[in-house]
Write a protein that binds this ligand. Structure first.
Ligand code: 2P0
Length: 323
């Protein structure tokens, strides 16, 4: 039996499209910030008495269809370790209720750590990152803390994450603005594939990301929060242009998303440097220097309830222990 705790991450240069859907190889590299505030803790036990894999998330047993991606990772672990037994997976997400924040990054990173250790494997962090990738692309990066690059590679062996700055030594902070949505969104998995196959801008996106990866690593080197924020904001808008330009076109934004974007722009026009990014949902995440936190909360609290603003510091990498 083993338990792992992994934190979620938010991409500053986004992953949006696969070159291999089975192995989850990305079209482009990406770069993220691991967050302290949001994490998943997962316990795995391989047990000869079990007659099927059991997956329990936040005290609810998943049906076969919902558990499919988890069972896929367990199958890979069984293959790697030579173990036959079925597994019991029990997972808890520390994400505010109804936040609509994706937890697949922390969930599949924690699963990779707990399942491989429970099966008696002792994988390097690089191999853990490769295993997490087989569950969900963004999980590849959640093995490491701080600022992390997922190098796209060309095959199963060379597509993994590397730390860019595990212990972030400058005052970058991220605020999640939790926007509720009732409407079911297009899943990232199908949304990104639709962008790859139908957006006429997809080739340009590859070039955008290649340039952004170089620029953001230079900005990180220089601890330049404004440059990092600017690159992240432009990159996010260009990623979302791939949703609008797909056929059929779609968007993850809702009216509140645009309200928050405008509020961030107003803050910036008023001399508070902050930048926005969005993922496969309506929530906005704001990037800024810690010293500006109160000014940002003060301005946003006029348009959204304070309990929907969650501040997070850069977070740590995966921790795994035997129970
Ligand atoms: C990212 N996102 O880089 C991008 C930006 C959302 C927007 O990775 O199909 O759950 O499991 O590999 O990782 C969300 O997609 O998709 C994602 P799969 P995943 O964080």
């Amino acid at each position: 039996m083993a338990t792992a705790k992994a934190h979620t991450n938010i991409a500053l240069v986004k992953y949006w499209g696969k070159s291999d859907q089975e192995l989850i190889l990305p079209q482009t590299s990406s770069l993220s910030l691991t967050l302290d505030e949001f994490f998943t803790t997962t316990k795995v036990n391989f047990d000869d008495q079990l007659t099927s894999d059991q997956v329990i998330v936040d005290n609810q047993q998943l049906d076969e269809k919902s558990a499919r991606k988890v069972v896929h990772v367990l199958d890979i672990v069984r293959q790697l370790s030579g173990r036959q037994a079925f597994g019991r997976v029990e997972s808890h997400n520390n994400v505010p209720m109804a936040a609509g924040l994706a937890s697949s990054a922390s969930a599949f990173a924690a699963l990779a750590g707990a399942a491989s250790t429970a099966a008696g494997l002792s994988l390097s962090r690089r191999d853990l990152s490769r295993l997490a990738r087989r569950g969900s692309g963004s999980a590849t990066r959640s093995i490491y803390g701080g600022l992390v690059e997922w190098q796209k590679g060309t095959n199963d062996k060379d597509s993994y994450a590397i730390p860019v700055m595990e212990k972030v030594d400058f005052p970058i902070e991220m605020m999640a603005v939790l926007i509720n949505t009732k409407k079911k969104k297009v899943s990232s998995r199908s949304g990104m594939q639709l962008s790859v196959t139908t957006s006429p801008y997809y080739d340009v996106w590859r070039q955008v990301v290649a340039a952004d990866m170089v620029a953001i690593k230079k900005a990180i080197d220089q601890r330049d929060i404004n440059a990092i924020g600017h690159i992240a904001e432009e990159n996010a808008l260009r990623m979302h242009a791939l949703t609008l330009s797909a056929d059929p076109g779609y968007t993850y934004f809702n009216a509140e998303t645009l309200t928050i974007i405008n509020a961030v722009k107003d803050l910036r026009a008023g001399g508070i440097n902050c930048y926005y990014t969005m993922d496969a949902g309506p929530n906005v995440k704001i990037i800024y220097d810690r010293k500006d936190r109160q000014a940002i909360i003060g301005a946003l609290s006029k348009i959204i309830s304070c309990d929907r603003l969650v501040v997070s510091q850069p977070g740590p990498g995966i921790k795994i222990w035997n129970d």
